[in-house]
Design a protein around this ligand. Structure first.
Ligand SMILES: [Zn+2]
Length: 92
């Protein structure tokens, strides 16, 4: 009959087991780093805000030449809010 110690020795030989064992520490590290980034985002006034909900998760999602003025270099930039899904296009 196999005991727990033998079972652990067998598991140690499986690469996926090693990765699984490291996962809680990695998740904790990612959560700590994400939290620090979110704090920086909240205090950074240069970040574009969603005009509808005020979220700072208003990100550039598409860029293409403007239908009429693209020939002279004008581009349409679409921004989309990751919180409320509002989007708008800026030309410039
Ligand atoms: Zn929004």
């Amino acid at each position: 009959m196999i005991n727990v110690s033998d079972l652990l020795k067998i598991l140690e030989k499986i690469p996926l087991w090693k990765q699984l064992k490291e996962l809680p520490a990695k998740i904790e590290d990612f959560e700590r780093r994400l939290s620090a980034l979110e704090k920086n985002l909240e205090t950074d006034d240069s970040v574009k805000k969603c005009p509808k909900c005020g979220s700072k998760y208003f990100v550039l999602t598409d860029t293409k030449p403007n239908l009429h003025l693209g020939i002279v270099g004008v581009q349409d930039r679409q921004y989309t809010c990751e919180k409320c899904s509002y989007s708008e296009v800026e030309s410039g």
